[in-house]
Design a protein around this ligand. Structure first.
Ligand code: ADP
Ligand code: MG
Length: 238
């Protein structure tokens, strides 16, 4: 127990919440399937970053997470890797429709970066990733979603448009990520985010990542997450 505390302190990790799983030291500790390990190695990721060390085992255990760590700290892989595991663990994966993993980001640039990262890890498993944000034809996105995708990476406005067009159903979405939640608020997307969350089944796993934690974001997190574990790496801005 003291070892765990020392290890967390050494990485500037603070956690709160009940029954918090221990941080890992290596990607091997996560028990990832070999195809996922291969891609991790191919990416040149030698060991998990501090947020990954603590977030990976928690997210893999199925808990909701509030993850606060500065830009560049490796938050994307902290939610993309467990998402792949979550999806391939689903029984009768190819029998149902609609995405299982839904990731929302505030801008098309951020969404695009996540899309690229998700595709790298999804490929070996034959999982389809759809990009749902501006800058691409809505009709093309409509067709792609109709054909089926296990993972959708979206900006809130475009996702709502496509939901209204019935391009996709959220019936089996069970893994929701709100990335850069603080910027989502700065850009005025709170109503859209709430609308999307309201369309996803309450027994989902929800992850909220942010570089800072202003009061409004804290309030949203309290409302939409269940028994979350809060992870902070380094100093936190408000
Ligand atoms: P954040 O979302 O926290 O701003 P990113 O997820 O965009 O950070 O990651 C920042 C950079 O670090 C990316 O180029 C990513 O490929 C790289 N990265 C992520 N995890 C690792 C790791 N474990 N080892 C080495 N590089 C990593
Ligand atoms: Mg990020």
């Amino acid at each position: 127990e003291q070892d765990v505390t020392d290890y967390r302190n050494g990485l500037a990790i603070r956690v709160s919440g009940f029954d918090v799983p221990q941080p890992v030291k290596t990607f091997e500790d996560c028990g990832f399937p070999s195809q996922l390990m291969n891609t991790i190695v191919k990416q040149g990721y030698e060991k998990p970053t501090p947020i990954q060390c603590q977030a990976l085992p928690i997210v893999l255990s199925g808990r909701d997470v509030i993850g606060i760590a500065k830009t560049g700290s490796g938050k994307t892989a902290a939610f993309v890797l467990p998402m792949i595991v979550h999806i391939i663990d689903q029984p009768e994966l190819d029998k149902e429709e609609g995405p299982i993993g839904v990731i929302c980001a505030p801008t098309r640039e951020l969404a695009h970066q996540i899309y690229l990262e998700a595709k790298k890890f999804a490929k070996q498993f034959g999982l389809r990733v759809s990009a749902v944000y501006g800058g691409m034809s809505k009709l093309e996105q409509f067709k792609e979603l109709k054909a089926g995708s296990e993972i959708v990476v979206a900006t809130p406005g475009r996702l709502i448009d496509l939901l209204k067009m019935k391009a996709l159903t959220m019936l089996r979405a069970t893994y929701l990520v709100l990335d850069e939640a603080d910027r989502m608020f700065d850009l005025g997307f709170e109503p859209q985010v709430r609308s999307i969350v309201g369309q996803i089944r309450p027994d989902r796993q929800t992850l909220l990542f942010s570089a800072t934690m202003p009061r409004k974001v804290e309030k949203l997190a309290r409302e939409i997450l269940s028994d979350p574990i809060r992870i902070t790496v380094g100093e936190v801005g408000m």
